[in-house]
Ligand binder design. Sequence first.
Ligand code: SF4
Length: 293
Amino acid sequence: MEWISAKTLLSKNKHQDWFGHDYTMNLYRGCHHGCIYCDSRSSCYGIDHFDLVRGKENTEDMLRRELASKRTPGVIGMGSMSDPYNHDDVEHQLTRKALKLIHQYRFGVSIATKSEYVIRDIDLLAQIQTQAPVNVSLSITTANDMLSQQIERRVSPSSARFQALKELSAAGIYAGVLLMPILPFITDHASNIREIVRRAQEAGAKYIYPSFGMTLRENQREHYFRWLDKLYPGLKEQYIHTYGMRYGCMSTRRRQLEQVFQEACEKYGIIYRMPQIITAYKWDRGPMQLELF
Ligand code: SF4
C-alpha cells in the first residue's frame, strides 16, 4: 500500500441527514473492492487510480489532535468514499486504530462496509456503544453470491456479509443493510428485494435503507459500461436508450419494488426511513447517549 499525506481527517457535516453523521472521515483514498458501479470513481471526486488503495499518513496523531480539539463529541461516518475494511486494512489496521481513539474521546461511529472483516472490531464497537452511538451498515445489493462476485468483484460475497451482520447483531451492535444501488435490468427484481429483506431479518438487521436505482456520471459511467459489455453484451445499449446521459438512473420497476420492499419490511418489523433509523441508533440507545449527544 502507498501512503499519502492529508491535511485533515475529520470533515464537519453541515447537515446530518445521512445516518446522522456529524463528521465524515476516510482513512484511505481509493478502494480495491472492484464494484463495477462504484460512484466514488466519478471524475468529480478527483481520485486518480481509484483501484489503488492509499493510506493516510500519521492517522493516529492527526486524529488524536482533531478529536481533542472538538468541543462536543459527535458521530463520525466512515465508508463514504472508500471501504474502511479494504484488504490493506487487514495488515495496517488504520480503522481499528481510529476506533480506539474514537472510544477514548467518547465519540460515536457509523460505518458502511461491504466486507466481512468488520467483525474483527466487534469488541471495540461494543466498547464505543457503551458510551456513544454506534451503527454498522452492511451494503448488500443482491442475495445471489454468484452475481455479487461478478458485480462486486474483490469483496466478500453477499452470504458472508449477511453472516457478518448476524455476528454484529448477536453481539448487540446496532446494524442493518444499505440496499443500494439497485442496478436496472440486473438486480431490480421483486424476488431479489424480498430475499434480501428476508435474510436481513434472519440476520437480525435493525433497518434496511434502500435506493431503487443507481447514479451514473463521468468516469463511473464509462467504467460501468465497459463491465456491462464484458458481462452482459447488449445491456449497455439498453441503458443508453433508457437513460441517455442522466445522472440518476432509477429502475423502471421502482414503484413495484418500493411496494414489495415496504410490505416485506412491515411484515418483519424492520424500519427503513432515514429519520427513524437515525433516531433509533443515535437517540434511543440509553440515558448516557442522550446526555452526551
Ligand atoms: S466497496 Fe464501496 S468504495 Fe469500494 S469499490 Fe465498492 S462501492 Fe466503491
